[in-house]
Design a binder for this molecule. Structure first.
Ligand SMILES: Cc1cc2nc3c(=O)[nH]c(=O)nc-3n(C[C@H](O)[C@H](O)[C@H](O)COP(=O)(O)OP(=O)(O)OC[C@H]3O[C@@H](n4cnc5c(N)ncnc54)[C@H](O)[C@@H]3O)c2cc1C
Length: 614
């Protein structure tokens, strides 16, 4: 008990609690202050908001900008684009809501000091593609974080949130959250009228291509540990489209992005024999998905599909043809700067493997799957839509409120809205912040009550891995294998192996079926038992332990949803071998799940897709 005794419990009261200070969290914090001048707005972050989240390293492009001031695109165009890319299934109300506000967000970024490149001839922002604009974005995150820091009543860095707290007078209402300081081990109890979850996506739930010495090298941020999903799931919030994991075509070994190469540098791909291959797979893909293959642009998953089929046919590796473009010194500079501004690792990998793209066409690969709601995929929480635009079935409260009262979300957290990216995530944070202020104002003097018994129980559970290690360590004479606990790294590797082999990861060519999923769920339930016996050597490992808990629960959601949707909707992201075709008759719908933490059971249902835009 000595360990528990030294630990302080710190209470923090707020009107609005923002969990995760990435792009969406900074947007939520900023906007909550704008509408709630006198409210107490607290942002809590497990790292430091200065350099946290998927944008920590910087970006080279803002991928969601309409350009309405120059009549380049309208919000409806973006809805059509996202709907097409997601094979017909997006929450058009939520997507439209972001698209109509996203330009104002980007203008704020520029006002705050973000250098946005301009086309020297037109004076407009330099386009990389139809939706992307180019930035000098090494300092993107610090610039955005400064706005949030100035807006917040307080930012609590280095606190990992592990659980939400529910109102003891109204069990369906959120009342706060608990977590611990990853540096000094203090226990934090946040009491709040409204909570906005903006804790990023999920990497490292499937076995990555980079293992061993390259283990931390993934495409999505390795610290994106699924809290955005596990926190709402545990609180009983409905989730949507959790089967819609994403697989990215990337430069091999460094996971360097290909967007600027395709769109701006106009490089292209070919197989090992120098042949164009995508058109070869047209008829085969049409058999599986019908007319979706003839849409423009071709949906991202279907381009992956052609890549995968070509490799399976033995004509890999697929290469990006860079040698031609890189003869132009300007394009060569852009090609390198693109990595130096956001994925330095790719430049280092090329240097270490003697690859100069001016002389060698680099190999591409497809990544392991990730789960998130802001990229070309839309897993996440099921949220209420905007009052002026959402169909009545999508409205049960305040904009971006989940199915739990007082619980809001933004960015990767919210499902059904692909292609938000950094600017759209910040914008959705703003939307959620404004709605949360309205919710708090409407509550008036009513104050949700946290239960002392609940947070005291959680305190014991949260720090238990330290105690498990302290006691169990004595049973080990050498090595790390203990009869009494498992280490977070062992649990993580077991999770990744299960998801990889049973739920459609890289080693099975992203393919699964009902028997595999059934066995996967059995193995996950055994893993869930064992993660209650994690051992943590120090606070850093304690954080890893709770990240693992969150990843396991999110993985279970992914597996349940994959089992429920008996079709292959997104070939190239994953395949149900027992239902190999897209089935618009039965599955032109969203999948929804709800987890009951008392029984450990999942309930799944369908929800209609409303097409609001022509
Ligand atoms: C490699 C890569 C390249 C990308 N390229 C582009 C691009 O070129 N252009 C573009 O516009 N977008 C790009 N994106 C997408 C963009 O980064 C995301 O859309 C955006 O960051 C999502 O915002 P978010 O707030 O939901 O998540 P994040 O920005 O990741 O923020 C989540 C935050 O929550 C914190 N957190 C997580 N768990 C907890 C917890 N339990 N307790 C407390 N805090 C927690 C994290 O530390 C983090 O700060 C890219 C993303 C990646 C990974």
């Amino acid at each position: 008990m000595g360990l528990f005794g030294r630990r302080r419990t710190v209470f923090v009261d707020s009107d609005i609690l923002v969990i995760g200070g990435g792009m969406a969290g900074c947007g939520a914090t900023y906007e909550s202050r704008y509408w709630g001048r006198d409210l107490k707005v607290v942002c809590v972050e497990k790292a430091n908001i200065e350099r946290s989240g998927a944008v920590a390293q910087g970006l080279y492009a803002i991928n969601c900008y309409m350009g309405m001031q120059w009549d380049e695109n309208q919000p409806e165009d973006h809805v059509r684009y996202a709907r097409n890319d997601l094979m017909g299934l997006v929450r058009e109300d939520l997507g439209y809501d972001i698209a109509r506000h996203v330009d104002s967000t980007v203008h704020k970024f520029e006002e705050w000091g973000l250098p946005i490149m301009r086309d020297p001839e037109t004076g407009r922002y330099q386009r990389e593609g139809k939706w992307q604009i180019m930035i000098h974005g090494e300092s993107y995150k610090p610039i955005v974080a400064e706005a949030a820091r100035k807006a917040a009543t307080e930012v609590y860095n280095r606190i990992m949130v592990t659980h939400l707290l529910m109102d003891k007078t109204k069990p369906d209402r959120v009342a706060g959250a608990v977590g611990f300081n990853v540096r000094n081990g203090n226990f934090y109890v946040f009491r709040s009228k409204a909570v906005i979850v903006s804790a990023g996506g999920a990497s490292h739930i499937f076995k990555p291509r980079a293992v061993g010495e390259g283990m931390g090298r993934t495409w999505y941020a390795p610290w994106s540990s699924a809290s955005a999903y596990a926190l709402p799931i545990l609180a009983g919030a409905k989730m949507t489209q959790m089967e819609n994991r994403i697989v990215l075509t990337r430069f091999k070994d460094g996971y360097g992005p290909v967007g600027a190469y395709f769109l701006h540098l106009k490089t292209y791909t070919e197989n090992a024999y120098g042949e164009e291959y995508e058109s070869k797979w047209h008829d085969h893909t049409k058999e599986l998905v019908g007319d979706y293959i003839d849409r423009h642009p071709v949906p991202t998953c279907l381009r992956n599909h052609a890549f995968l089929e070509e490799v399976k046919a033995g004509r890999g590796p697929i290469r990006m043809v860079t040698k031609e473009a890189f003869q132009d010194p300007h394009k060569e500079t852009v090609g390198w700067e693109n990595f130096l501004g956001m994925t330095i690792g790719q430049a280092v990998v090329w240097a270490s493997q003697n690859i100069d793209p001016k002389h060698t066409d680099p190999e591409l690969t497809t990544s392991e799957p990730y789960v998130m709601g802001s990229h070309a995929t839309c897993s996440g929480a099921w949220a209420s839509g905007p009052a002026d635009y959402a169909p009545s079935e999508y409205q049960w409260g305040y904009n971006r409120m989940m199915t739990v009262e007082g619980l809001f979300g933004a960015g990767d957290t919210i499902g059904g809205t692909a292609h938000k990216f950094s600017s759209g995530s910040f914008t959705e944070g703003r939307i959620a912040g404004k709605a949360a202020v309205n919710y708090v104002n409407d509550l008036g003097n009513e104050q949700p009550q946290v239960s002392e018994a609940e947070y005291e129980d959680l305190r014991k559970v949260i720090f238990q891995p330290l105690e498990n290690y302290r006691v169990g360590r004595n049973e080990i004479v050498a090595g790390t294998v203990s009869p009494s606990y498992i280490l977070p790294i062992n649990g993580l590797q077991r999770l990744e192996k299960i998801m990889d082999e049973y739920v459609g990861g890289i080693s099975s060519h992203y393919t699964t079926n009902e028997p595999l999923l059934t066995r996967g769920l059995e193995l996950l339930s055994m893993l869930k038992e064992d993660v209650n016996h994690l051992g943590a050597e120090d606070l850093h490992q304690l954080q890893r332990a709770w990240e693992l808990h969150h990843r396991v629960l999110a993985s279970e959601a992914v597996t349940q949803h994959t089992m429920f949707r008996t079709e292959t909707r997104w070939p190239g992201y994953y395949y149900r071998a027992d239902h190999p075709k897209l089935d618009d008759t039965d599955w032109h719908c969203f999948t929804l799940s709800r987890y009951d933490r008392e029984s450990g059971k999942w309930e799944l249902e369908k929800a209609p897709v409303y097409h609001i835009v022509d």
